[in-house]
Structures are given as structure tokens and as C-alpha cells.
Design a binder for this molecule. Structure first.
Ligand code: IMP
Ligand code: MG
Length: 179
């Protein structure tokens, strides 16, 4: 029987164990080490969800590398009624660098598109995307995802950095919602 856990009002079932996640991240890192051999790379983790993925990935990287983090923050527009997402936390000079974006999960791809737009403005040399989780059935964009940890069904997941209303990020495994 798969492990189950309750977060707030919802029940979740273990989908990918912590051990499987660790192994896969190590494989992804080896692939990146091979692809970028002899080159310098800047990793860009997207907070909050990617903090564990980024940390575990970065430990297995043996390239000349830096890591930095940005966050999508909601702020209330003064003239508009809706809220706009703004990318905050840029404090590295990344112009002319090979950047690898680290995302916890790519769902619709809206976030990814936003980040790629910002990177393009900053005149980076190359952009690649590494996502721990990818929901192909939810994806609405054509941006290729270069390194994918696991393709998963279009169901809500938590754990290993991903949250439900702020909770569940500390779970070592990834859990899927039980309907
Ligand atoms: P997208 O912009 O629709 O691709 O969604 C990307 C962001 O939404 C991710 O970085 C996550 O923070 C969040 N997200 C998408 N799907 C899930 C999920 O199943 N569980 C938790 N967070 C999710
Ligand atoms: Mg996220």
C-alpha cells in the first residue's frame, strides 16, 4: 500500500518516493555535467517550490557554476483591479551566461514563458530548462523542456518543495491528490 498523508482538508497518496527522486536528480545532474563539460553555468532556481530540487541538483554538479534564485510575487496594481505577477530577486549579472532554469513543476507553462521573457531581455547566451516534474496534458506552450525528471498525470501534487496552501513542502516524497 502506498503511503498516505493528510494536508489541511485533503488526502494525498505517495506517487514518487524520496529515494527515486534523489536517484533521478543525480542522473539529470550527470546529463548536465556532460552537456556543459568545460563551460560555465548559472543555475536559476524558481522559488519557493524549487528550493529542494535546486539544492540536491547543485550538489551533483561538477562544472564551474553559480546559483541564484528568483521569485514570482503577486502585487496589487495601482490602476488595475487584478493582481500581476512580478519576478523579483534578480541580483546576479547573468548577461552572456549559459543559464539553466530549475523549476519544481511545469504545468501550463505560463510561469516558464514569463521567466524566458525576462532572461531574453537580460541577453543571456543560452537558456535551458530543467523541471523535476512535468504535466504534459496540462502544458499549453511550445517551449522545449530540456531536462525532465518525471512526467506525471494532470493531478495536483505536493511534497519535495511543492505545496498545498503553503503546507507539504517538507515531505521527502511527492504525493498526489486522492479524489
Ligand atoms: P504553470 O505556470 O501553470 O506552469 O505552473 C507553474 C507553477 O504552479 C509551479 O511552479 C508551481 O509552483 C505551481 N504548480 C503547478 N502545478 C502544481 C501542483 O500540482 N502542485 C503544486 N504546485 C503546482
Ligand atoms: Mg513554483
Amino acid at each position: 500500500m502506498a503511503k498516505e498523508t493528510v494536508i489541511r482538508d485533503k488526502k494525498f497518496r505517495e506517487l514518487i518516493t524520496g529515494e527515486t527522486i534523489s536517484k533521478r536528480i543525480h542522473e539529470m545532474a550527470q546529463e548536465i555535467n556532460r552537456d556543459y563539460a568545460g563551460k560555465e553555468v548559472v543555475f536559476l532556481g524558481i522559488l519557493n517550490g524549487a528550493f529542494l530540487f535546486a539544492a540536491d541538483m547543485f550538489k551533483s554538479i561538477d562544472l564551474k557554476a553559480r546559483i541564484s534564485f528568483v521569485k514570482l510575487a503577486s502585487y496589487e496594481g495601482t490602476r488595475t483591479s487584478g493582481s500581476v505577477k512580478e519576478l523579483i530577486g534578480w541580483n546576479e549579472d547573468i548577461s552572456g551566461m549559459n543559464v539553466i532554469v530549475l523549476e519544481d513543476i511545469v504545468d501550463t507553462g505560463h510561469t516558464l514563458e514569463r521567466i524566458i521573457g525576462e532572461l531574453t531581455i537580460r541577453k543571456v547566451t543560452g537558456i535551458k530548462i530543467a523541471a523535476l516534474l512535468f504535466k504534459p496534458d496540462a502544458y499549453l506552450k511550445n517551449i522545449p523542456i530540456d531536462y525532465i525528471g518525471f512526467k506525471i498525470p494532470n493531478d495536483f501534487v505536493v511534497g519535495y518543495g511543492l505545496d498545498y496552501d503553503g503546507y507539504g513542502r517538507n515531505l521527502p516524497s511527492v504525493y498526489t491528490l486522492v479524489h
